[in-house]
Design a protein around this ligand. Structure first.
Ligand code: NAD
Length: 260
């Protein structure tokens, strides 16, 4: 077995997931990347990270909409590095519409990816982690795991759900040195947020600037986006010994949004 810890980060070809995978690799872990995107670009990212961090970086292109694909990805990650110490469930999508117009297939897709994929990966990893008496599971929730916004029925439901899943897994892993926590960011300017600006402009009849200032950052008292590096830094901390007794928490990085 490798001396290095091994991590799997879902949805790590972009945005927050890529930031977390990069930070875990730079902290000395072998990393499995996952996510969609242009294969050549992903290979460039993979090779660059491997070179810069001096660890092994592999890529699994599993589409996590299906449970068996999630489980197979976890099994392959364990087989490839001989161990899985850190599992980060980050892959997520968004869709914005009033509930009466919310397409049923968008509801199903968001619940499948943002909530059920985490159930399936944890289900596949838990036995391995319990048997090794070590596991750090981090679920990327959202401020929308604590509070709601209009027009985001599926996303808010999935993010509330993942905080519940986090607490349950925390209790089941507690005496096996398996920890499970959630990180709940406010708005971070990633492609996921960029892409919802046009829909919100349409849903609310607003300009881009109005959406950023009056909708996205309206609830964020600092009036600043959270940064990918801040979320990644907390994820690395949650894998460190200083965080050994943090279990079942949903830690906010939201500029004070949910303090209101
Ligand atoms: P992003 O769009 O930049 O990245 C999403 C990642 O998920 C990409 O790697 C994408 O390829 C992957 N993905 C999409 N569909 C997939 C599928 N079917 N199978 C496997 N991977 C798939 O988004 P982001 O902003 O970095 O979001 C990452 C996570 O952070 C999400 O769970 C999101 O809900 C959460 N989050 C984001 C914000 C924010 O403001 N950006 C705030 C709170 C929470």
């Amino acid at each position: 077995m490798s001396e290095r810890k091994a991590a799997l980060v879902t949805g790590s070809t972009s945005g927050i997931g890529l930031g977390i995978a990069t930070a875990l690799a730079k902290a000395g872990m072998d990393v499995t990347l996952n996510g969609l995107g242009d294969p050549a670009e992903i290979e460039r990212t993979r090779a660059a990270l491997e070179r810069e961090a001096g660890v092994r970086v592999r890529y699994d292109g599993a589409d996590l909409m299906a449970g068996e694909a999630c489980a197979a990805m976890v099994r392959d990650a364990i087989a490839a590095f001989g161990r899985l110490d850190v599992l980060v469930n980050n892959a997520g999508i968004q869709f914005v519409a009033p509930i009466e117009d919310f397409p049923v297939e968008k509801w199903n897709a968001i619940i499948a990816l943002n909530l059920s994929s985490a159930f399936h990966t944890i289900r596949a990893a838990m036995g391995h982690m319990k048997a090794r008496r070590y596991g750090r599971i981090i679920n990327i929730a959202s401020a929308h795991g604590h509070v709601a916004s209009p027009f985001k029925a599926a996303y808010v439901a999935a993010k509330h759900g993942i905080i519940g899943l986090t607490k349950t897994v925390a209790l089941e892993g507690a005496t096996f040195n398996v920890r499970c926590n959630a990180i709940a960011p406010g708005y971070v300017l990633t492609p996921l947020v960029e892409n919802q600006i046009p829909d919100t402009m349409k849903a609310r009849g607003m300009s881009r600037e109005q959406v950023i200032n009056d909708v996205l950052l309206a609830a964020q008292p600092t009036k600043e986006f959270a940064r990918v590096e801040e979320v990644a830094g907390l994820a690395v901390f949650l894998t460190s010994p200083a965080a050994d007794q943090i279990n079942g928490a949903a830690l906010n990085i939201d500029g004070g949004w949910t303090a209101q």
